[in-house]
Design a protein around this ligand. Structure first.
Ligand code: ARG
Length: 460
């Protein structure tokens, strides 16, 4: 039965009904819907808006419905949306008293409450998943803190660094994603129930009590805003998009690292797939999907902001379109984080190839310029001299490490024997022992900071 059939004389057209119904996708909010209803009903009983015995009957039946859904005794079918489904089921179980549940409530404030509860759970789950990923990256970074590799700018070899340093860069990004999600959680965690359809309610409800029962930190302050605010959904999607962007970037690197030309990364068999025609192939499908899935989450964000753009106050049915993108983004982010964390634990790197690559492309030219600058030559002049040395190397097919001290001295009197040491990648790395740098001790320090930040999140 429809919740609103009173003023209608004809049934809804079949296609219009199919078009209008949201049960197929909002059914997943059954737990949030029932939990919200239990809190609302408990409040109605406490405030004397319905009899305590009536509230008890309704709450008990709601708990039974929840139990029956979870134990798969009850299928969620045959209603307009999850709110109608639960209410119809309630009335079929307890009769007319069940019809009192919706006192001082509208589906407009109910659905806004359900989504907030759903997102709060998603954020908590994803905070844990992100923490696991940051830990996995930190553990891997520890193992690879001495693995030299080139750092790139413009995708050209720039300066030597370590794989540990590189992995920690991403760990920091994912740590910020946790921070962002938890900042967003504060604005998600506010109760809109009590806003009614739009202009609140005439019943003397206790919104703060309901908020407390549901673990909300506060209540929305304006009922028109309460039912029509989806900022928190846009914000969540933007946080999810940002995390997916990070996943997409690191996986782009892993995709080409796994190819023969780079050969930095050894794809674990458990995380790659073959070709139906080319027997030799081992493809980075998981990494490519992690890159590709970012596209759909960006689409989810664009979808909601487009729905919300230009919507007048207060509730409009357009807003039913908020759920599928939200669910899709939440599902996509969760599985992506899980698979990537497992991938990080399993992946191996070709340390030798990375080490060799770290010296290529004159990546120690900055060391040479710094060497001269440390001896008093203004850096700009040191840069110019080093540029000439690089040109000499290019013209003579030499590397900075294969020049003799005599050759160096042709370019400046400041060069001494120790220049040969200065242009070795391992020394370039070891000297970058400043905050944020790539030296081994610094990697240890950065890991410590990350771990203590993760601990702080656990305490919040
Ligand atoms: N299924 C609806 C949604 O998701 C529930 C709210 C219905 N409210 C209404 N006034 N028709 O938005």
């Amino acid at each position: 039965m429809k919740l609103w059939s009173g003023r209608f004389t004809a049934e809804l057209n079949d296609i219009a009904e199919q078009f209008n119904d949201s049960l197929v996708f909002d059914r997943r909010m059954y737990r949030q819907d029932i939990t919200g209803s239990i809190a609302h009903c408990t409040m109605l009983g406490k405030c004397g808006i319905i009899e305590q015995s009536e509230a008890d009957t309704i709450v008990a039946a709601l708990n039974n419905i929840l139990h029956d859904i979870e134990s798969e005794k009850l299928d969620i079918v045959g209603a307009e949306d999850i709110h109608s489904f639960v209410e119809n089921e309630l009335v079929s179980r307890v009769g007319d008293v069940g019809k009192k549940l919706h006192t001082a409530r509208s589906r407009n404030d109910q659905v806004a409450t359900d989504i907030r509860l759903y997102l709060r759970d998603a954020i908590d789950e994803q905070t844990d998943l992100l923490k696991n990923l940051v830990s996995a990256l930190a553990d891997k970074a520890k193992k690879e803190k001495k693995t030299a590799m080139p750092a790139y700018t413009h995708m050209q070899k720039a300066q030597p660094t370590t794989l540990g340093h590189y992995l920690l860069a991403y760990a920091n990004m994912f740590l910020r994603d946790i921070d962002r999600l938890n900042d967003c959680r504060r604005r998600v965690n506010v109760l809109p129930l009590g806003s009614g359809a739009c202009a609140s309610t005439t019943f003397p409800i206790d919104r703060e009590y309901t908020a407390k029962l549901l673990g909300f930190e506060g209540v929305t302050q304006n009922s028109l805003d309460g039912v029509s605010d989806r900022d928190f959904a846009v914000e969540y999607l933007s946080c999810a998009t940002q995390a997916m962007l990070h996943l997409s970037r690191i996986n782009e690197e892993f995709v080409y690292w796994s190819g023969e030309e780079f050969g930095f990364l050894i794809l674990p068999d458990e995380f790659s797939t073959g070709s139906s025609i080319m027997p030799q192939k081992k493809n980075p499908d998981v990494n490519e999907l992690l890159r590709g899935k970012c596209g759909r989450v960006i689409g989810d964000l664009v979808s909601i902001i487009t729905v919300m753009k230009g919507l007048p106050l207060a509730y409009n049915k357009d807003m039913q379109e908020d759920k599928e993108p939200l669910f899709d983004a939440a599902d996509t982010l969760s599985i992506s984080l899980k698979v990537f964390t497992a991938f990080i634990a399993a992946v191996q790197f070709n340390r030798e190839k990375m080490n060799i690559a770290s010296a290529g492309g004159y990546s120690c030219a900055t060391e040479c310029a710094d060497y001269l600058a440390a001896k008093g030559l203004p850096f700009r002049a040191a840069h110019e001299v080093t540029g000439k040395i690089v040109l000499y190397c290019i013209q003579n097919g030499k590397a900075l490490q294969s020049l003799t001290v005599k050759e160096y001295k042709q370019f400046s009197d400041l060069f001494e024997d120790d220049i040969l040491e200065a242009v070795l990648p391992k020394n370039a790395i070891a000297r970058r022992n400043i905050m944020g740098g790539c030296a081994t001790e610094e990697i240890d320090r950065q890991i410590k900071i990350l771990k203590s930040q993760l601990k702080k999140i656990a305490l919040r």
